[in-house]
Design a protein around this ligand. Sequence first.
Ligand SMILES: Cc1cc2nc3c(=O)[nH]c(=O)nc-3n(C[C@H](O)[C@H](O)[C@H](O)COP(=O)(O)OP(=O)(O)OC[C@H]3O[C@@H](n4cnc5c(N)ncnc54)[C@H](O)[C@@H]3O)c2cc1C
Length: 438
Amino acid sequence: MKRGIFCIVVAVASAAGAVALPDETCDVAVVGGGAAGIAAAIQSGRAGARTVLVEQGHQVGGNMTSGGVNFPGLFHAWGRQVIDGIGWEIVTNCVALDGRRLPDFSKPTGRQHWRHQVTVNIPLFVALAEEALVNAGVTVHYHSAPVRIERDGEMWKVHVAAVGDTRVISCRQIVDCTGNGAVVALLGLERLREERRQPGSFVYAVNPGVPMDTLDAKALSAAYADAVRNGRLQAHDARFGIMGFLRQHGNTANYVDDADNSTADLRTRTNMRGRASMLRMYRFLREQPGLANVRLEGMSPEVGIRETYRVRGEYLITHEDYTSGRRFDDSVCFAFYPIDLHDKESGIHPAHLQEGVVATVPLRALVVKGVDGVLAAGRCVSSDRLANSALRVEATCMATGQAAGAAAALAARHRTTALKVDFAELSALLRAHRAIVP
Ligand SMILES: Cc1cc2nc3c(=O)[nH]c(=O)nc-3n(C[C@H](O)[C@H](O)[C@H](O)COP(=O)(O)OP(=O)(O)OC[C@H]3O[C@@H](n4cnc5c(N)ncnc54)[C@H](O)[C@@H]3O)c2cc1C
């Protein structure tokens, strides 16, 4: 009897297709809720714009939370703070609520720039960011992605699909914070992509179960090399070698080739390759002398992605701009990190900025070329490949996100485009929300 009722309900639901939810109208739609999208949406909401955030995943944070890369940097350069504002506010609230301390930013790090990154507790960060979004009046739609975007007079119509429902969001401005330029792709505009891209990394936690100094490093390294030679393991399952892997408890200690999350299909295969690598390593480790108590203690929901697409903006930031610390008339934020290109054969090549140099990002690099009413911030920011390898870090994503959110909110308010917004008004709005404008 119960089974019969269930079948009827299913039949009715499938005859009706996906549920069409009521249309929504807003000023700014932010697509993608990673480090950039969080800051963009909160800034837009706090500026009084009706703001919607569309995120395909189940939580905000992107690479920073779902990818396990929970160590945003760099907010400080050469002894002073260069990025403040909404991202810094959530990061410091998170550290305080977690009962931790910030690094001592007055101490120079030399080449160990990571010492000034701030480790955040992922569940706390997600919940605090969500709370800040709600307090800013932002409507959040998880599990959703735009599938079609069209112009309708002065408005964009963003057709969003999710499991079981669809929705049309009408808005004046769109901010693409997808990391991949997904909005730009739907509009048929240019995206930049390298033939050979940087690998991703899968963050998972392995506990050796014994102190490291009880392990026979030589024997383990030989066993690892053997396993790679005979195909049981792959060379990049442990990119710092087996001892480096164990010392880091597995954390980002591998490379995942061709990691790409720009479509559901690529993302599926990328995540499955990451988990297959984890399983290979774990099986291998359990068989090694001294590692009988090794434990797999957790994994991130997603493989971390370093490089997919970049958008083409009204300005494209070059390596030369970045490394010379070029100031533009329309610089909206600073950016500070070494050039950080990863190569699976030759490793990382960090190139540190010269003492005193801090790069900046112009508003024009956040404005998508060839269309009115679309901005892009975060990892997919308009830049060449080398500049992007530094601009993609989380503090900078937060700063570009906040700037794009502010520009979009003002453009919507004045019924104009981001490039026509009065730059003094934009700077004042950003500074009122504690951003540092160069
Ligand atoms: C292994 C690794 C190590 C790193 N190390 C550091 C480090 O030490 N310090 C540092 O600061 N940075 C580091 N980074 C870089 C940094 O983590 C990312 O570049 C940054 O988090 C990107 O932020 P984002 O908001 O631009 O994009 P993402 O974090 O990729 O967020 C994009 C969001 O958009 C969503 N999305 C995508 N497409 C759609 C769509 N079509 N519709 C709706 N939603 C969509 C995604 O689900 C995601 O939530 C590292 C990255 C990796 C992979």
